[in-house]
Design a protein. Structure first.
Lengths: 115, 112
């Protein structure tokens, strides 16, 4: 399978715990994005990487959230001290960056439930 | 604030008929528009896109129309098939921007 993969697919945690999600983009894609989707809403942009550099962060990304993309390959999204409001689907997407507009390919998402 | 709006949460169409999904936007800086389809338990899948320099783009059964003056776009599916039943998201991108701005989605049900 050469699509975007995410791990885990589901995560249940207790409030106050830390969680980390992983995203493996399509191998030749240099751009990687994280989005969050809550019930009844469309995906909302969180952050964007070009290679290993984090170039844009949404104001939705509080200081409890941190994302990395070491070596410009896979990416991790960590949420510290989780809150019930963090419960959502976390989507990762990747794209090629050579032309101005390239479609973003999405992974299946990680569904986080904070109890 | 919601810059991309899909005002119809759901739509039901008979198989073989035309499905028309609508999308409005408020930000005049948007210059590229995309439609994504999403099945339950899967991530959104790219369907079709249109640049602001065009007013129509067609790909098989799918056609997207853009009316810049009205800040409105629509997705036409002809003929509709039961496998088209999914949630459809409209998304917009600003020039040199990276973040897709999504609407809330329209759930399409195509009945046999």
């Amino acid at each position: 399978d050469t699509g975007v993969s995410q791990d885990p697919r589901h995560k249940i945690t207790k409030r106050g715990q830390n969680v980390t999600f992983r995203c493996d983009p399509i191998s030749e894609h240099n751009r990687l994005y994280w989005y969050r989707q809550t019930l009844g809403q469309g995906p909302e942009f969180l952050t964007y990487f070009q290679n290993e550099a984090q170039l844009e962060k949404s104001r939705l990304l509080s200081d409890r959230f941190s994302a990395e993309r070491p070596k410009g390959s896979f990416s991790t999204l960590e949420i510290q001290r989780t809150e019930q409001g963090d419960s959502a689907m976390y989507l990762c997407a990747s794209s090629l960056g050579q032309v101005p507009y390239n479609e973003q390919f999405f992974g299946p998402g990680t569904r986080l439930t904070v109890l | 604030d919601q810059q991309v709006k899909q005002n119809s949460p759901s739509l039901s169409v008979q198989e073989g008929r035309i499905s028309i999904l609508n999308c409005d936007y408020t930000n005049s800086m948007f210059d590229y528009f995309l439609w994504y389809k999403k099945y339950p338990a899967e991530g959104p899948t790219f369907l079709i896109s249109i640049s602001s320099i065009k007013d129509k783009n067609e790909d098989g059964r799918f056609t997207v129309f853009l009316n810049k003056s009205a800040k409105h776009l629509s997705l036409h599916i002809v003929p509709s098939q039961p496998g088209d039943s999914a949630v459809y998201f409209c998304a917009a991108l600003r020039n040199s921007g990276y973040a897709l701005n999504f609407g809330k989605g329209t759930s399409l049900l195509v009945t046999p």
